[in-house]
Design a binder for this molecule. Sequence first.
Ligand code: ATP
Ligand code: SF4
Ligand code: MG
Length: 334
Amino acid sequence: MNKRAEPLLAIEDLRVTFPGQSTPVIDGLSLTLDRGEVLALVGESGSGKSMTALSLMRLLPAGGTIAGGRIRFDGEDVLSMSDRQMNHVRGGRMAMLFQQPQAMLDPTSRVSTQIAEPLRLHRGLGRRAAMQRVLDLLRDVGIPDPAVRARSFSHELSGGMAQRVMIAAALSGDPDMLIADEPTTALDVTVQAQILRLIDEERRKRNLGTLLITHDLAVVAALADRVAVMYAGRIVEEGPVKAVLEAPQHPYTQALMRCSLLLSDKGGHLLSIPGSGAHARELSCGCRFHPRCSAASKHGIESRCMGSEPALAADQDGHMTRCWAVQAEKETAA
Ligand SMILES: Nc1ncnc2c1ncn2[C@@H]1O[C@H](COP(=O)(O)OP(=O)(O)OP(=O)(O)O)[C@@H](O)[C@H]1O
Ligand code: SF4
Ligand SMILES: [Mg+2]
């Protein structure tokens, strides 16, 4: 296959399981991401966004297993890499930002050491060169007095400052892809905007493929090129941001949009959609959103919705939706 034609990241039919859970938490997920592109992943709590991100890094929590599918990154098969190769990828070409930057920093070592260590390990820089690079990176991410801050411990940093340090650490390996899992949810609103701007600037400068996990649809509208909507371990809608946000097709995406317009709660999570997705994965057949969907009865297609699960069907513009009602409407219009 021509490597140039391949996306930076291609996830195909990914399945993630945990012991004691009868159905996969990620079930047949396929996504692609190009260099320089921002793909937003949205969905309710528990829909599988973080498990998707952690699968890419092969950092699932204990018990989590990638039970099927393929992940190709820059033309290489991530799932068949040795642990050593994977460590190298994680410290370099693939970088991740988490919701709680303070928790990801080692409280016992100085900021400089934490950023310098991967530079020395993965890039073979000597001590002086690594320290110089640390100062440059801290300056790049907008840390004032980098030489002073480099000597700080994580508890001496504000949340925004800690996330800037995490961004510096992520950029230190000169990555091709950035995975940002709710990178600003724990921060004050004004700091959130600064951090998102910084991520976007670095993305442009470095042509970083970016997987942005967020509950904030305004952030999706401002930063993303494409958006994928997850429900109960599956993608239910995906497409160019403008198409999906201006004309959401799946009843679940429409409900997310209504909640987002109404407000978000203090914890920053989407207000809940009536009903629960908690047991949706356990439905033996049919559409997983069916127990919460009013569109099925409105269109008189309940037995179809309960009997089998629709596939993702695409428009000409690449807007894909997994819904019998949407497919029926398109058939009628055709
Ligand atoms: N450590 C774990 N052990 C067993 N199951 C887990 C574990 N972590 C997550 N899960 C399962 O995986 C599902 C997806 O979790 P995930 O953390 O990916 O959700 P999320 O979409 O990131 O939610 P949030 O918006 O709250 O961060 C959960 O509903 C839960 O059933
Ligand atoms: S397939 Fe049926 S139940 Fe599922 S979202 Fe569409 S209309 Fe609702
Ligand atoms: Mg999560």
